[in-house]
Design a protein around this ligand. Structure first.
Ligand code: NAP
Length: 301
């Protein structure tokens, strides 16, 4: 029930109407008995400065930021956490007592949480990231923190891949003293096949396979790099798809057939949301089960 004392938290993006974050967060707020409500707020890039000032003025308790504003918002914060500074992207805003907003990023925590459960030690392992967009950047930083030995990026657009690799080298050299071997491949490079068969982890950070783009049964399945690329998939390779609709994606279904451990994007979504709520509320124990259950119900799983 919204009362005269109800405080505001919410999501800034464009579009936001398909987001399941409001359902997930409001389920948690109810369980926590916090008199807050989480509202989706569609916002154009040009309006961001005005909207952020206004929300600060009305004592909004916290914000999530989604596509396409994660990088623009980073430039509007009064301060940035080290991780947001490192990757240049913000998905969480916390009110700054000195005025304005503190920008941080919980996507990395969200991504790593389910991954850490799959094996104790990632040090020295080799990973492949498919895609070179916003989330691939956060994933690279997360994998670097796990001290992987080698990360291969696969992109479809040569100039974007090249720019992305230069960017990652900057992130890498600015961060820890952990030298990582970084290489890039264009998605149809035949030399990529060997890497696909020997990697410890492959992450799909492209939208390939996401519903509603799933094709009718008569048409080829939406599988990153195409079906042929995975014919020699090693059962020891862990497949991690950031997509959570459908469950499983065609790629993860293929991984299951090959005996691979498979992770989809739902847990990442839940964990990054829980990490944001912890930062806004200062409450350690977030009802993650309620958030997960609400998300699954919304996706009708
Ligand atoms: P993004 O910034 O738009 O990047 C997408 C990347 O995929 C780009 O490198 C793009 O290549 C590539 N790509 C797009 N369509 C492709 C295709 N048909 N074939 C090959 N490559 C293609 O998107 P993002 O924010 O990184 O998100 C990527 C995916 O992760 C989305 O499906 C998103 O829903 C999901 N995601 C999930 C979570 C979660 O919590 N589970 C969080 C963040 C993102 P070009 O640059 O050449 O266009």
């Amino acid at each position: 029930m919204i009362s005269g004392k109800t405080a505001l938290v919410g999501l800034l993006g464009q579009p936001v109407e398909h987001s399941i974050s409001p359902i997930m967060h409001n389920a948690a707020l109810e369980e926590m008995k916090l008199d807050w409500t989480y509202v989706p707020m569609p916002c154009n890039k040009s309006d961001l400065p005005t909207v952020l000032n206004a929300l600060s003025a009305i004592n909004c308790r916290g914000l999530n930021v989604t596509i396409p504003h994660k990088e623009s918002v980073a430039k509007l914060c009064s301060s940035l956490s080290p991780i947001a500074k490192r990757i240049g992207a913000v998905n969480t805003l916390i009110p700054n007592k000195k005025g304005g907003w503190i920008g941080t990023n919980t996507d990395i925590t969200g991504f790593l949480e389910p991954l850490k459960k799959t094996r104790k030690e990632w040090k020295g392992c080799e990973a492949i990231i498919l895609g070179c967009g916003g989330s691939a950047r956060a994933i690279f930083a997360g994998l670097e923190d796990l001290h992987l030995a080698k990360i291969t990026i696969v992109g479809r657009t040569p100039n974007k891949l090249e720019a992305f690799l230069i960017d990652l080298k900057t992130i890498s050299s600015e961060s820890c003293n952990n030298p990582i071997s970084l290489t890039g491949y264009i998605h149809d490079d035949p030399n990529l096949n060997n890497q696909l068969n020997t990697a410890d982890l492959i992450v799909n950070a492209t939208p390939v396979g996401m519903a509603p783009k799933r094709t009718p049964p008569s048409e080829p399945l939406q599988i990153p790099l195409g079906l042929e690329a995975w014919k020699n998939l090693n059962s020891k390779t862990i497949l991690y798809d950031l997509i959570y609709t459908p469950r499983p994606t065609a790629w993860l279904a293929l991984g299951n057939e090959h005996g691979c451990k498979c992770i989809d994007g739902l847990e990442m979504l839940v964990q990054q949301g829980a990490a944001s709520l912890k930062l806004w509320s200062g409450i350690e124990k977030i009802p993650i089960n309620a958030m997960r259950a609400a998300a699954k119900k919304c996706l009708s799983i």
